[in-house]
Design a protein around this ligand. Structure first.
Ligand code: FES
Length: 105
C-alpha cells in the first residue's frame, strides 16, 4: 500500500462554491473542487495537452478542460470523453475543522 502523505492545502472558504482553484503543494500543482458541499482534489494539468484544469469549467461533478473541452470526473479522475485517453490522478480529501487536507500519496 502506498504511503500516506496528508497535506493541509487550504481553508474550505478558499474554494468558492461549485468552483475550482489551483494550489501548489511543494512542487506539485493540484486542482481543488467544491461540489455541493463536498471537496475533491486532482492533478491540475490535463493529460491531453498543456492546459490547467483550474482554468476550465466545473459542471455536474466534471471539470471541462479549457483547451479542447475534454471532461474529467473530479471524484475519480476518470477521463469522460474525447479527446482524452488518459485519466488524471484524483487524491483523497478530508476536512478537519475549516481546513482541507489532501493525501498526495
Ligand atoms: Fe485538455 Fe486537450 S489539453 S483536452
Amino acid at each position: 500500500m502506498a504511503a500516506e502523505n496528508w497535506q493541509d492545502v487550504c481553508a474550505t472558504s478558499d474554494i468558492p462554491e461549485d468552483d475550482v482553484i489551483a494550489q501548489t503543494v511543494g512542487d506539485q500543482e493540484i486542482a481543488l473542487y467544491e461540489v455541493e458541499g463536498s471537496y475533491f482534489a486532482t492533478d491540475n494539468l490535463c493529460t491531453h495537452g498543456q492546459a490547467r484544469l483550474s482554468e476550465g469549467f466545473l459542471e455536474d461533478g466534471e471539470i471541462e478542460c479549457p483547451l479542447h473541452q475534454g471532461r474529467f470526473c473530479v471524484k475519480s479522475g476518470k477521463a469522460m470523453c474525447a479527446p482524452l485517453t488518459e485519466d488524471i490522478r484524483a487524491y483523497p480529501v478530508k476536512i478537519s475543522g475549516d481546513r482541507v487536507w489532501v493525501d498526495l500519496g
